[in-house]
Design a protein around this ligand. Structure first.
Ligand SMILES: [Zn+2]
Ligand SMILES: [Zn+2]
Length: 258
């Protein structure tokens, strides 16, 4: 069985738990740990877990809302940390006491019962990767922090059973916001973040009969609103707005089973 849960998502911090269970064995991957270590501990506790329950961490890119406490966590709990070489170098090339694992686009990574396949996305980081995770039966796609969608991204996410998908901003709210012009250009640019309409288009493209959950993530607290996201999701996926799922910055989401 595969299940996942956001521990919080937004520009102030992101972390997602993915868990696979098979024949009495359980494997857990933490994707990003963009919080301080005490805050991460609290969020793990709310999910019924401790850091020692995590088998590996995967860092998607070096931005602070994703890499957060990776070094401290790895050191304290002796957890291996996967990231691209570019992410590692951009973050200072630190020593992970032998627990650093380098990932690259297309690589097949096993974390116990979980099979992880990273893929490249266009974002203003050095070598950002997003993920496809499977227990050999069900598959979760994780896609945040990208400025636009590419054929490569769509190719990697075909037939996923669940999708954690960035709905970063509403273009009108971003244009009208108090953000300085350079930041508006960065966020809305080709190497920034997905607008709601771009995300809805991706959801529409990846929709198939087996798609059980779409969890909207990385919503901007200033340039977006959950009700706008839910309306667009309902239009793209079919179904009622009240049934559409958005990850919260403070609370994340419930466990979602596949
Ligand atoms: Zn981010
Ligand atoms: Zn980023």
């Amino acid at each position: 069985m595969l299940r996942f849960r956001s521990l919080g998502s937004g520009s102030t911090g992101n972390a997602t738990l993915v868990e696979a269970r098979s024949e009495g064995r359980t494997s857990r991957l933490l994707i990003d740990c963009g919080f301080g270590i005490r805050e991460l501990d609290k969020r793990l506790a709310r999910a019924g877990l401790a850091a020692s329950d995590i088998d590996a961490v995967f860092i998607t890119h070096e931005h602070g809302d994703h890499i957060g406490c990776a070094r401290n966590l790895s050191k304290r709990d002796r957890i291996p940390v996967w990231m691209s070489e570019g992410t590692w170098l951009a973050n200072g090339g630190h020593d992970y006491e032998g627990r650093l694992r380098l990932a690259r686009d297309g690589m097949a990574i096993d974390v116990g019962e979980l099979q992880v396949r990273p893929f490249t996305v266009p974002h203003d980081a050095r070598e950002p990767l997003q993920l496809r995770c499977s227990d050999g039966n069900r598959t979760l796609g994780v896609l945040t922090d990208l400025g636009h969608v590419t054929p490569h991204v769509i190719g990697q996410l075909q037939k996923v059973d669940a999708l954690l998908l960035e709905f970063n901003h509403d273009v009108d709210l971003l244009a009208a916001s108090a953000y300085p012009p350079f930041l508006k250009l960065r966020v809305g640019g080709n190497y920034g973040h997905l607008s709601n309409s771009a995300a809805a288009e991706i959801a529409r493209t990846l929709l198939h009969d087996g798609l059980r959950h779409v969890l909207a993530a990385h919503l901007s607290e200033q340039n977006n609103r959950p009700d706008i996201v839910r309306r667009l999701m309902a239009e793209a996926l079919g179904g009622a707005e009240r049934d559409m799922l958005t990850a919260d910055a403070a609370e994340g989401s419930a466990w979602l089973d596949l």
